[in-house]
Design a protein around this ligand. Structure first.
Ligand SMILES: Nc1nc2c(ncn2[C@@H]2O[C@H](COP(=O)(O)OP(=O)(O)OP(=O)(O)O)[C@@H](O)[C@H]2O)c(=O)[nH]1
Ligand SMILES: [Mg+2]
Length: 268
């Protein structure tokens, strides 16, 4: 295992910088900016640079993956984030009734087609939100960071046009905590971090948070239980760690929010 070594996790490829420039141009054409944030990282899942791009446009924040986040924590976050925020499980159609209603409330009455730009960090669920609003699968989605690479418009009936955009991170992710958390939720591509290190940091965090009472196994217990062994009986920690990260994202460790509305906001 990787021991005490903690690698620096960053990802800011050229396509993000160029997408940012194009988004700053296109934002002039839109009425509303929708920022999609993973409900499990409601602090580091926001990108302040996207806030700058949005300027004085009307805003809607959507916390996605409500189904994977801790409901009590989400309720706390909703108090802090305020009435311009909605939560969704973007994989269910029903979630979008309230989003459509909110969008209708946000735009000025008139006959002109309204436009919204959907922004957020990689893999936060932007394209899934677009599919939910359109009512069918029009934008490509996948469980990895960096799927959407182009700016692309989609129509929602005769009411709205939505622009899908590539996920954008900050050029340097500030804290080591934000780094492993963003890697764990899939905002950073798998080849940009060491899954053993991320699994170890997550379990250390969970143990501390629960006062040692968590039933979630650490990587070594997980590797044993799931039979990740090489010839000779040694544990295969690398493959075990990849499955560990996947199980976290499939909700197999329960509904876990990685940033607390009470503790982490004060610390930030
Ligand atoms: N459980 C759950 N999964 C979701 C939700 N929203 C999105 N997903 C899944 O998360 C993965 C990423 O979703 P995308 O919509 O591709 O995310 P994106 O923000 O467009 O990603 P990029 O284009 O790579 O930046 C997909 O596998 C989706 O099925 C949600 O609310 N709940
Ligand atoms: Mg996408």
């Amino acid at each position: 295992m990787s021991g005490d070594f903690e690698q620096v996790i960053q990802w800011y490829p050229g396509h993000m910088a160029s997408a940012m420039r194009r988004m700053a141009d296109y934002v002039k054409l839109v009425d509303v900016v929708i920022e999609v944030v993973d409900a499990r990282v409601p602090l580091s899942g926001f990108n302040p640079l996207l806030d700058e791009v949005a300027g004085n446009r009307r805003r809607l924040k959507i916390l996605s993956r409500e189904d994977l986040a801790d409901p009590a924590e989400t309720a706390q976050w909703m108090k802090i984030l305020g009435p311009e925020t909605l939560t969704v499980n973007a994989l269910t159609q029903g979630a979008f009734v309230k989003v459509k209603q909110r969008l209708r409330d946000l735009v000025a009455p008139g006959h002109r087609m309204q436009r919204a730009m959907v922004v957020g960090i990689p893999n936060s669920g932007k394209s899934s939100v677009i599919n939910g609003l359109v009512g069918r699968s029009v934008a490509r989605t996948e469980d990895r960071a960096g799927v959407t690479r182009q700016l692309q418009w989609f129509k929602v009936g005769t009411l709205f046009e939505l622009m899908d955009t590539p996920g954008i991170l900050v050029p340097r992710i500030g804290s080591a905590d934000a780094q492993w958390k963003l890697a764990l939720v899939g905002a950073v591509p798998r080849d940009h971090y060491d899954p053993e290190d991320v699994a170890a940091r997550f379990h250390r965090w969970l143990t501390e948070k629960t006062g040692g009472r968590t039933k979630v196994p650490d990587l070594s217990a997980f590797a044993q239980a799931r039979g990740f062994v090489r010839h000779g009986g040694e544990s295969d920690y690398h493959n075990a760690a990849q499955s560990y990260v996947k199980d976290f994202n499939d909700g197999k460790f329960g509904r876990i929010t990685l940033e607390s509305a009470t503790r982490d906001v004060q610390a930030a």
